[in-house]
Design a protein around this ligand. Structure first.
Ligand SMILES: O=C(O)COP(=O)(O)O
Ligand SMILES: [Mg+2]
Length: 215
């Protein structure tokens, strides 16, 4: 059965806790403009819909003038593109990925994070080699919750039994739109209650995931 199985993962809030680095990059930009920094929870609440969304929420909250936003975005990306020092892998992730791979599953990644910071953080944390297909927030003309990125990732992997593992309402909606079974990691950046998120299964710790998938 696992020889037919593809498991695709979200990145931020699912495999890695990256908000400390995202918040640090946001705050480097804000303080450079003489604006007050934002706390972690506020920045976290903006993560999941891609960097353009996050950046425009930050600018709205701190009243960054429209005329300065293009330059401010470049300033933010200069730091964000390689930000990894404060990012950690959630406990049990690598053991779970190792088990799924050893059982014959193929693994993919489907994130709204842009390609450059995605590649950098995966390389720095030693996670890149797990994935046979990777789609980032700027890989295609549409991003999650549109089903295109997830459909494309599964097409690249070419297996018939398919699961998407993610941490957010955006991921659950994407899976619904693509008609893929959603597996919800509750330890990430969701905003509503666990019960409100449509899913096939949920798990609180990564040690639980392989048994859910492998049965
Ligand atoms: O960049 C984002 O908004 C979040 O990315 P994610 O899709 O990996 O959660
Ligand atoms: Mg996420």
């Amino acid at each position: 059965m696992s020889e037919q199985t593809a498991v695709v993962f979200d990145l931020d809030g699912t495999l890695i806790d990256s908000v400390p680095d995202i918040a640090a990059s946001v705050n480097t930009m804000l303080t450079g403009y003489g604006l007050a920094p934002l706390d972690r929870d506020t920045v976290q609440s903006f993560v999941g819909n891609g960097t353009a969304f996050l950046f425009s929420r930050v600018c709205d909250v701190r009243d960054v003038p429209e005329a300065e936003r293009d330059q401010a975005y470049k300033t933010f990306m200069d730091t964000y593109v390689d930000a990894h020092d404060l990012t950690t892998i959630y406990g049990g992730v690598t053991d779970a990925l190792d088990r799924l791979k050893a059982a014959g599953c193929v693994l993919g990644l489907c994130t709204n994070k842009p390609t450059a910071p995605m590649k950098s953080v995966l390389a720095q944390l030693g996670l890149a080699h797990y994935f046979d297909a990777m789609i980032a927030g700027d890989s295609l003309e549409k991003r999650k919750p549109d089903p295109l990125p997830l459909d494309t990732t599964f097409t690249m992997l070419g297996r018939t039994r398919q699961f998407y593992v993610g941490d957010s309402e955006v991921d659950a909606e994407t899976a619904q739109n693509a008609q893929i079974d959603f597996v919800f990691f509750t330890g990430g950046y969701h905003k509503t209650t666990v019960a409100q998120v449509p899913k096939r299964w949920s798990f609180d710790h990564w040690s639980e995931l392989p048994d859910l998938i492998l049965g």
